[in-house]
Write a protein that binds this ligand. Structure first.
Ligand SMILES: N/C(=C\C=C\C(=O)O)C(=O)O
Length: 131
């Protein structure tokens, strides 16, 4: 397996808001950094509800994973960072509506803040290349 680390940010997704790439890939392993629920064209937050933001993030993950030969069925682990744990059930419902029977390992926690102003959550993941 190659140990070369490839960093990428697809052009058809939101621009990073700091000095990072959305995706890092080493051989078959993929990691996607924290991503908020923003419109990829305007950079504006989707919502204001956590369900909309959750679905937007998962849509963005689909685009990012496709750019490196993967998809949501090859996700290993997801981290969910919410501003308020009271949103847990609503986030879960939206998450499950998109992920369906796919149930990667997941860690959901509440945090004091996230980088995108007014965002209710941010998520990141690890995955492998499809095949
Ligand atoms: N991944 C980072 C920020 C993401 C923010 C966002 O999508 O709203 C970072 O600063 O490392």
């Amino acid at each position: 397996m190659s140990r070369k680390v490839e960093y990428s940010t697809p052009t058809n997704t939101m621009r990073p808001i700091g000095p990072y790439s959305h995706i890092a890939k080493v051989g078959e392993f993929i990691t996607i950094g924290a991503t908020a629920g923003v419109d990829p064209t305007t950079g504006k937050l989707i919502g204001p509800d956590i369900a909309s933001q959750t679905l937007q993030i998962l849509d963005a993950f689909e685009v990012m994973l496709a750019s490196v030969g993967s998809d949501l069925s090859h996700v290993i682990h997801v981290n969910v960072y919410m501003k308020d744990m009271k949103d847990f059930d609503e986030m879960n419902a939206a998450y499950e509506s998109k992920m369906g029977a796919r149930k990667p390992a997941r860690t959901a926690v509440a945090v004091i803040d996230v980088p995108k102003e007014n965002a209710l959550l941010t998520m990141n993941l690890t995955a492998v290349v499809a095949g």
